[in-house]
Each structure stands twice: as structure tokens, then as C-alpha cells.
Design a protein around this ligand. Structure first.
Ligand code: NDP
Length: 240
């Protein structure tokens, strides 16, 4: 029986590319999403990958959603914490709700998904977590104290959980994407985007597939000695 992978926010953007890459590797994939039913249905019809709707920021919804996936497809062996949102604004204009919602979904979602699945992976002696951070969690970004804090938190979360999983065959790694041409980046004003691209040494935005290839590596059998690691895929925009 093939291993089961859950990709949060797996029906569009970077998540869609990750779902497809993991399917190609032979995983049975469950693609989670939040509310865009039409896109999820079109994605499932096109790819044959089952989609499951729940809010990763809701603890109980994650427990229930993962139980539903396990019931339908089998025990969960791989979790890709990809779901994320932005609620940008300078601190003076950022509401507590903007702060809280980004922390709840982007960082809280990782905790909720781990609570739902880590124990089972440990018991079975094999598992893979890949958490999608961000260049803006590494370097900070004007107007994004909420997003940068949540993404930076993901990198700490990854290193801490990696230590808990290491003896049990469960690896935990992160990817820090630079600017990738998805709906999230399409929301950035054109003039701002041009300034961003000018700072990318490779001279262009990244493609979702380029992030998916990194995720596929971390999920492979061959990556069993790689844990607590962050792979930056950003066209050279931030090197350290
Ligand atoms: P998109 O906005 O294109 O897609 C976001 C996905 O997450 C959608 O499938 C959406 O579901 C889902 N989602 C949002 N909120 C929730 C929630 N509460 N519960 C479950 N699913 C949710 O994002 P990208 O593909 O651009 O980004 C994917 C990840 O990569 C994010 O974590 C983002 O922060 C990160 N990233 C992106 C970069 C970029 O340049 N694009 C750069 C660095 C990091 P639905 O379709 O139902 O709305």
C-alpha cells in the first residue's frame, strides 16, 4: 500500500504543485483547502487527487480532518504544512485580528497538524514533515510583522520537532521560498513587484514546481538523514 501524504492548501498555487509532485512519487495524496470549493473540485477532477476541506487554524477541525483522511486513505505518513495567508499592513495600521489570524493559520496550523499526525508516524517508525516558511520569515519584510513572525516561528518549530522525531524515523524540514508566481504574489501591486524582481539575482519570480521539487526531496526515502534543515529556494535573493 502506498504511503499517504496530506498537503495543506494543496489545491492551488504552490500546494497544487506539491500535491502533483508527491502523487508522481507514488504517494496517495490528500489535498486540504479552506473554502474555495470550485477550485478544489476542478483540481480533484483534473488530477484524481482527493480534496478535503477544513481550516488548519482550527485545532479540532484539524484532528477531525486528519481522522477523515486516515479513514478514507489510510494512516498519514507525510504532512506538508503549506497553507498560509497574508494580512499585510504597517504596525500602526495592523489590527489585532490581522495579527492573530496570520499566527492562527500560518503557525497554529503547523501545531494542529502535528498534533493530529506526529504520534502515529512515531509509532509506525517513519514520517515526513515539510513546513513552508518564507524568505520574509528569514529576513523580515516591511508591512508584515504578523507574517514574518509566523514564518520565522515555522523555522523554530521545525528544528524543535525535528529533535523529537529523529529517533523515530520522522524527519522535519522546512523550505523558505522566495517570491513565487502564485495568486498570493499576484495580489502585490505591480510597481512593488517590479522592485522585488529587481532584487532577485536570477532575475525572475520562482515557479511553484521549483518549490515542489524541494518538498519531494525532503519526502523521499533517500532524505532520511536530513532533518531540522531549511532549504532556501529564492533565486539568490537572500543568502546566508
Ligand atoms: P495561495 O494563496 O496561492 O494558496 C493558499 C492555499 O492555502 C489555498 O489552497 C488555500 O485554500 C489554502 N488555505 C488558506 N488558508 C487556509 C486555512 N485556514 N486552512 C486550510 N487551507 C488554507 O498561496 P501560495 O501558493 O502562494 O503559498 C503557499 C505557501 O507558501 C503559503 O504558506 C505562503 O505563505 C508560502 N509562501 C509563498 C510565497 C509566494 O511567493 N507565493 C513566498 C514564500 C512563502 P483555498 O483555495 O480554499 O482558499
Amino acid at each position: 500500500m502506498s504511503k499517504v501524504a496530506v498537503v495543506t492548501g494543496g489545491t492551488r498555487g504552490i500546494g497544487e504543485a506539491i500535491s502533483l509532485a508527491l502523487k508522481e512519487m507514488g504517494f496517495t495524496v490528500a489535498a486540504n483547502y479552506a473554502g474555495n470549493d470550485a477550485k478544489a473540485q476542478a483540481f480533484s477532477d483534473k488530477t484524481g487527487i482527493a480534496s478535503f476541506k477544513w481550516d488548519v487554524g482550527d485545532h479540532q477541525a484539524c484532528l477531525d480532518g486528519c481522522a477523515q483522511v486516515a479513514e478514507a486513505l489510510g494512516p498519514i505518513d507525510v504532512v506538508v504544512n503549506n497553507a498560509g495567508i497574508t494580512r499585510d499592513g504597517v504596525l500602526a495600521k495592523m489590527s489585532f485580528d490581522d495579527w492573530n489570524e496570520v499566527m492562527r493559520i500560518n503557525l497554529g496550523g503547523c501545531f494542529n497538524m502535528a498534533k493530529a499526525t506526529f504520534g502515529g508516524m512515531r509509532e509506525r517508525g517513519w514520517g515526513r514533515f515539510v513546513n513552508i516558511g518564507s524568505i520574509n520569515g528569514q529576513a523580515g519584510q516591511y508591512g508584515q510583522v504578523n507574517y514574518a513572525a509566523a514564518k520565522s516561528g515555522i523555522h523554530g518549530f521545525t528544528k524543535a520537532l525535528a529533535q523529537e522525531g529523529a529517533k523515530y524515523g520522522v524527519t522535519v524540514n522546512a523550505i523558505a521560498p522566495g517570491y513565487i508566481d502564485t495568486d498570493m504574489v499576484a495580489a502585490v501591486p505591480q510597481a512593488v513587484l517590479e522592485k522585488i524582481v529587481a532584487k532577485i539575482p536570477v532575475g525572475r519570480l520562482g515557479h511553484a514546481d521549483e518549490i515542489a521539487r524541494g518538498v519531494a526531496f525532503f519526502c523521499s526515502e533517500e532524505a532520511g538523514f536530513v532533518t531540522g534543515s531549511t532549504l532556501s529556494i529564492n533565486g539568490g535573493q537572500h543568502m546566508y
